[in-house]
Design a protein around this ligand. Structure first.
Ligand SMILES: [Zn+2]
Length: 216
């Protein structure tokens, strides 16, 4: 397998200069402010020191994580909530942080081949990519066991991924992690988002190597 050039905009780490995705979480990026607690006035969760910036336009509360990319070690499987959200919303490449690839077939996403070729309606937490970073990720990312490039003409903001809290009889909060919540759902007040979820519509499977060859 030929070496793949790491685009200049991609951060690297360690003596082997491993490429680190823009959206990846670093160990030096800890939580800040007060923790999530139950609201005393109405049903739901909040931060005691909450500000308008803690919720998105749909009223969903977001996890608070300091932004200090490059601080500590990269935590490759985890994504930083603010950078993941920005990349999804603004269609930035999740690896280099610049514009993701867009052609007449739509925006480029990387997925694992699931045995079918049916990606229509897939709900994804991984932001889009540019072609160079897509090829880079297929070489470096251990989670992409059967990588496939999927272009979506209409990636639609669908909802959030994160933790749903339920109140216990003794007024404690019970967390249910790794839940998906569509925007507008009635339990929104009890949700703490950590990733923005996009639904892929009007999908086409593409040949990444051919797309890379066309670039060079
Ligand atoms: Zn990129």
């Amino acid at each position: 397998m030929p070496d793949v050039l790491v685009p200049e905009a991609v951060m690297t780490w360690g003596p082997r200069r491993l490429p680190v995705p823009y959206a990846a979480h670093w160990s030096g990026e800890g939580p800040y402010g007060r923790r999530v607690t139950m609201r005393p006035d109405v049903a739901g969760v909040w931060y005691l020191d909450e500000t308008p910036a803690d919720r998105d336009a749909f009223g969903v509360l977001w996890a608070r994580v300091q932004a200090a990319p490059g601080d500590g070690r990269p935590d490759f499987p985890a994504m930083h909530p603010a950078r993941q959200r920005r990349a999804q919303a603004e269609r930035l490449c999740q690896v280099c942080g610049e514009s993701a690839s867009h052609t007449q077939d739509g925006w480029l996403f990387l997925m694992n081949h699931d045995g079918s070729d049916l990606y229509e309606g897939a709900k994804v937490t991984k932001p889009p990519v540019c072609v160079r970073c897509a090829v880079l990720a297929t070489r470096y990312c251990p989670h992409l066991t059967h990588p496939v490039g999927v272009r979506s003409r209409r990636p639609k903001i669908w909802g959030v991924f994160g933790t749903l809290f339920t109140p216990t009889p003794n007024a404690q909060l019970k967390p249910h992690v790794d839940e998906y919540l569509p925007y507008g759902h009635p339990v929104t007040e009890w949700f703490l988002a950590s990733q923005l979820v996009v639904e892929l519509k009007r999908c086409t499977v593409v040949d990444l190597d051919a797309e890379l060859a066309a670039l060079t």
